[in-house]
Structures are given as structure tokens and as C-alpha cells.
Design a protein around this ligand. Sequence first.
Ligand SMILES: *[C@@H]1O[C@H](CO)[C@@H](O)[C@H](O)[C@H]1NC(C)=O
Ligand SMILES: *[C@@H]1O[C@H](CO)[C@@H](O)[C@H](O)[C@H]1NC(C)=O
Length: 677
Amino acid sequence: MEKLVTRTHSTHLVLRLVIIIDFSLLFFSAFSAEIPLRKSKDRIRKIRQVKLHRNNDRVFIDNGLIEVTIEEPSGHLSGIKYKTMDNVLETKNHNGNKGYWDVVWDNEAYDKLPGQHMKIITQTDEVVEVSFTKTWKSRTDRRRSVPLNIDKRYIIRRGVPGLYMYGIFERESDFPDARMYQIRIAFKLKEDKFNFMAISDTRQSIMPTAEDREGRRCQVLAFKEAVLLTNPTDPRFRGQVDDKYQYSAENKDNHLHGWISDEEAVGFWVINPSSEFRSSGPHKQDLTSHVGPTALSMFTSTHYTGTEMNVLYKKGEPWKKVFGPVFIYLNSAAPDPKHAYRNTLWNDAKTRLSQEIQSWPYNFVASEDFPHSERRGQVYGQLLVRDRYMDKKLMLAKSAFVGLAAPGFAGSWQTEGKGYQFWTKTYNTGRFRIKNVRPGVYNLYAWVYGFIGNYKLEQEITIQPGNKINVGTLIYDPPRNGPTLWEIGIPDRTAAEFFVPEPNPSLVNSILSSNVDGFRQYGLWDRYSEIYRNGDLVYNVGVSNYSKDWFFAHVPRNVGNNANRATTWQIRYNLQEVKEAGNYTLQLALAAASYAEVQVRFNDPNVIRPYFTTRRIGCDNAVPRHGIHGLYRFYSIDVPGNRFQRGENTIFLTQTRSQDSFEAVMYDYIRLEGPAV
Ligand SMILES: *[C@@H]1O[C@H](CO)[C@@H](O)[C@H](O)[C@H]1NC(C)=O
Ligand SMILES: *[C@@H]1O[C@H](CO)[C@@H](O)[C@H](O)[C@H]1NC(C)=O
């Protein structure tokens, strides 16, 4: 697939380049003075200390590299001055709509968390930290604003072209119940400047404008977030699809994204050095940047989980959590007609991300609620896997995710959002070390690539400041009752290894490359009915290949006129012998489910009562949100030998629900095990 960025430039762009070159000559000396910023730190240090001044309703903080304007007392960020740009935020927007926190709570109520008091926390030559607080009062705030005490913080440091933001949110025990579905920070960048978005090494492109998504310039597709650009301001986007959910990322990969202004060769980046304050663990997906130009820092949301994520904050349960700090980083480079600066800025932002990760947890954060490294602990050990049907010996848990999260059942972390989570990956030896853990009580959880199910260490772990806890060698016994007769897929909690079709050629988003992000294309669900025009999917064990013959999502069949019909997939396999008295097991792992039900029948598709049903499950919306997974679900289904016959057998998987195209499941992995030997 051709990327937009590589297309020939329109005259419009050529004209713009002329301006850039001109501009670069004028400012070249200024730019080159700033580029060796990291090399000559000392010199910069001599140049400017951090300064704060206030007028009646604004706070200005300036370190000579950037100047930040914050509204007082709301705490809304209304200005970031950087280099040639007086404000990188959209000046046309009102001051509460440029850089702000917000919460979606109870029945779609929306709160931008305006502060009521401003306080200077730290003011030295090296660092300024300011705070905007609001205390929730039952008498005046009930039903009008989310029951939360708020403390929004900003930090500007000497020599750092950016700002740190964090929030301390607290609920006292007598605050009324509230559901908080979404907590985030949003930035609305200058529309006529920021035109190039970068969210990963591959997902980078110039982007349509907000106007392109409005009125007669586009056609809304199956839901309002997805549009087909029919008459965009820049004709190169004609025929392209845009949907912000195509730019989602998993928490573990969502550390850096943002925008570049081609005209100024300036980058604006949201850097998240840690995911400890995000909900639902390393695989939770969420939004990043999207057309606007908008950049988000998502802390919690029901995206890709649905309301199975625990969003109810109850009366009688006091709660406090620090979200962030996140780092807003600005950089600039010398413009050049071939746009080499785009790479320069992206790579510099990546370097900056690694520096921020190195200095996590930040030691310059003033709040007592954010423990510095000496007040944190560590947990280390080794994880092995015992599955005698795969290997007589214990196996090292390579590429396993190991994490600490609030106590719960095995796997509960994927719907847990109120506490902190700390995750790491094992080395090839199965060893792991989880660093910088906040004091608290946790369970240790894990899952291992290539193995089904969830691990949990039964004993709770209490971290106290400075603790280094060795949990020793842990052994995971994944679900297993007998030898593998056949299997489909890889136990990896996604449907990525299955067949992901090419999109309909008239519904492509070129920012996505087929080998990396092909599953994020719009409308893939409809391809099922085209590809399996003459009958539903039949998988022949030993002949079929799951990467070509197993569609990535079990969706309903589109029968036209906005109607859908349930579909039944078949797995056909041969059994040389059947132990009538033995117990077989069907291990069924799902990668996603939305308002769906999977019924399982053995050999006779017409029996009314299925042998097994998942019942109606899920609301993760992974199919229309272009995720390759939602929440992980696992079923171990016991099947007596008398259900099978010698020779040909068939398992019928019926996804019974078909109100719309999105009532669907994605399978992760399916395995039939014979009786124990
Ligand atoms: C299955 O198909 C994929 C994709 O075409 C191919 O790379 C792989 O080698 C095939 N596997 C087998 C066992 O034939
Ligand atoms: C099969 O499972 C049933 C029910 O769990 C049990 O009663 C029976 O003993 C098992 N049979 C064998 C051969 O293990």
C-alpha cells in the first residue's frame, strides 16, 4: 500500500516548501544554536533559569525554551510558546479548550475539572511547580461535577523544552457513587500548522484536517467516527478513510505520539514514560493522536474493554490516585525540502522518551503522593511453565508478561483500573524484575506467550519503601488435561495470526501498512460475506492453514438490506481411535467478544441444545474499533468420549447473535485434547 507521505507533492505543497526554505535561511542560525542542546547543557543552564509571573487570571512560566500560559484558577493550559510559534495550541479555541483534563462520568456527564485555587508549590531557578485544586462539596457540586477532589500540577524545568503534567484525584469516603468511564488529558493543536502525525515507526503521515471530516467534505460510514473523505481540502486524501480508532495502541506501546508542523519544522509530543497509572494492564488499547489535530494522554477508558472494566467508584471506598506525570515535549529542526526533519524530530523524540524512561520515577515531582525511587520497591524472581504434554521438563517462561496489580482473580488485571499496575517482560531465562513499585498490596499475575490461561501467585505481595522481594521460582501450570489432538492459532491473546483480509479498495486508510497494521483497516468485517459467499468457513485440520483459512473475526453474514444472519463455522478432523469412556477437552480461548454468543455442537449441527455455550458475552467493540483483540476469555470444555466417532468428526461453532455486523467474537486459540495418558 502506498503511503500518503511518499506521493508526489501538489503545487500547494511546493509553494509551501519555497516558504520553508526562505524561512530556514532567515532562522538557520537560530535553529542551529538550539540543535546541540543536549551536548552543551551547561551553556544552556547559564542562559536561563525558570521564571514565573502572574497577572489577574493567568500564570506564565518561562524557561527561555518554552513559555507556558495557564488560566487561573481553572488550571486549563491555554498557551505554549515555542521557537517561532507564539502558541502551538489552537488559538481559535476558547481557553478551556486548548489543553485540559476531562472526565466522562455517570450517564455521559462530562467534566473538565476546573480548579478553584492556584498555588505555587516550588519556585526555584531550577524548577517551578504549580497546582490548581478543587475540593468537591456536596452542597454545591452534587450532580453538577464529578465527585472528586482535584489537584492538577504543572512542572517546568530549567533547560527542558517541555512541561510535565500530573493530577492527584481523590474521593473521600462519603462522596456519592460515581462511574468514571474516561479520564484523560487532551491537547488541541494549531490547525493550520500541525499537519503531520506520527504515532509509531510505521504509522506516520500528513493528515486530513478537522474540516475534512465535516459536512459535504465527507461521508459518514457505519458509525460517526469513521468517514470516507469525498471532497477533502487536499485532494490527495480523496477516497481515504479516517477513523481515530485506527490510531489506537496498546498501553505497552503507547509511550510516544504527536504531531509535526511542516511549516515550522516543530514537533509536539506526548511522552508517557510509565504506564503505572493507566488502567487494565499492558494490552489495554486506547487512543493516541488523531485528526483535529488532537493529541491525547489517556489514563482510563472503556475503549476495547467495554463496561466490564470496573468503573464504579463507590461511596464508602476512599480512593486516591496520581495520574502521570506525562511529559509534553517540543522539538525543532532545520527545515528542508525533502522533509528529512520529520525523521529528525521523530528520532529525537524517541531518544527523549528513553531519557524520560531512564529518569522514571521522576525525582523532581513535589507531591508526597508521588513516591520517588527510594520510596518504591522491587519484586523479582523466575517463571517456569509445567506442561508435560509439551515437554517432560519444566520450560522457561520466555516472553511472558509479569505484573503486579490490585488483588483479584487470575486475569482480573485486564478489567482493573482503580489502582496502579506494574508490568515487565521476562528474559529468555524466565527471570523478571519489576522495578519502581509503589508501596501497596498486590497480586502477582502473568501470562506466557504460547500458553493458554492466566497465572496468579496466591499469596499477596506487600511492598514497602525500599523492599526488594524475591518471589523465587514460580511455576505456572497452564490448563491441560491430555495430549493435543489438534490446535488452531497461537495462544497469544490476539487474532493477529489468522487471516486478515485486504480492505475494500475504496475504503483504505493509507497510513496503515498491511504487514503491520492491516487489521486496523475499515470494513474488514464485511469482507467475510464476500469471501465466504457460498457457505460459511470450514476448517480442515491437517489441510487448512489458519493464517489463510481462519477468518480473524467470527462475524455475522451480511445478507443485504442492513440485515445479518448468524454464522456457523466448522472444524473437521479425523480421529483414528476414540476412547468412549475417556474425557476429552476442548480448550477455547477468545481474543474478543461483543454482544456475542458462541455455541458448540459436536457432529450434529441440528441438535437444539448446544453442548456448550459461552452465553451472551462481551462489549469490547474490538471489531468496529479495529482492534485485533479486546478482553481475553478462556473456556475449558470437558467432552465425554462418546461424543466423538472414529474417522470424520466436526465441531460446529455458531455465533448466534446477528443484530449488526459488530456482534462478533475473535478467537485466540482452539485446541482439542485427548484423554489423559
Ligand atoms: C500457512 O500460510 C502462511 C501464509 O501464507 C505461510 O507463511 C505458512 O508457511 C503456511 N504454513 C504451512 C504449515 O503451510
Ligand atoms: C471423566 O469425567 C467424569 C466426570 O468428571 C468422571 O466421573 C470420570 O471418572 C472421568 N473418566 C475418566 C476415564 O477419567
